[in-house]
Design a protein around this ligand. Structure first.
Ligand SMILES: CC(C)(COP(=O)(O)OP(=O)(O)OC[C@H]1O[C@@H](n2cnc3c(N)ncnc32)[C@H](O)[C@@H]1OP(=O)(O)O)[C@@H](O)C(=O)NCCC(=O)NCCS
Length: 180
């Protein structure tokens, strides 16, 4: 059997941008098709109004194909939700959304990002692990239907970043152009 050809992220021409009110209808559709207990639409309306800088969407020529929503708690960030339209999954859209939101949080001085994921949601756990999140505990009966959550965490200030920053702080040594 011939392998199924799959369009790449480049083919999709995805653009990541901040949420706007006109995107909310499609975001709620993605939410409904992605979760057994979706957030009600008014949550998205409020978040779009109050914290649009940490509410990002992925847009293709076919419309909105995914979104990610985060919140800030002092120095810590929290990924509240991420979802990609079913037929656009496993093409890198989710990873691109996460890369962008982590960059937004990093620029805001956030040092660590946490999230919760259902113990049964192995795809999402694999997804977050691939992006450098590590398991940080189990929260019993976290969801309204009684399912436990795995808490996952990622440090945004990595050792290599700290080293780079320290290197950049050192004064450069200029050679004299006339040195013999
Ligand atoms: C989780 C989700 C957002 C991932 O989005 P996506 O666009 O399909 O993910 P990507 O294509 O960017 O995948 C990035 C990595 O995640 C992992 N991954 C994604 N889908 C996977 C799958 N079905 N099985 C195993 N690993 C998977 C892979 O490691 C992948 O890296 P690779 O492409 O190098 O193999 C998407 O599956 C989704 O919307 N799920 C329903 C909603 C949900 O569960 N959200 C999380 C709530 S906590």
């Amino acid at each position: 059997m011939m392998p199924r050809s799959k369009s790449t992220l480049q083919d999709l021409e995805i653009e990541i941008t901040n949420v706007r009110n006109e995107f909310l209808k499609e975001i709620c559709e993605i939410e409904r098709e992605s979760f057994s207990a979706p957030y009600p639409p008014h949550i998205f309306t409020v978040m779009a109004r109050e914290t649009p800088e940490t509410f990002l969407v992925a847009i293709s020529k076919q419309g909105i194909v995914g979104y990610v929503l985060a919140s800030l708690r002092k120095d810590f960030g929290h990924v509240l939700s991420i979802a990609v339209r079913r037929e656009f999954r496993t093409r890198g859209v989710g990873a691109k959304l996460m890369a962008e939101i982590l960059e937004v949080l990093r620029r805001k001085g956030i040092r660590r990002v946490d999230l919760e994921v259902r113990t049964s949601n192995h795809v999402a756990q694999e997804f977050y692990s691939k992006l450098g999140f590590r398991e940080a505990g189990l929260i019993r009966k976290y969801y309204s239907d009684g399912e436990d959550a795995v808490r996952m965490s990622k440090n945004l200030i990595q050792e290599d970043y700290v080293c780079r920053t320290q290197r950049e702080k050192r004064k450069p040594i200029h050679r004299s152009s006339q040195a013999s």
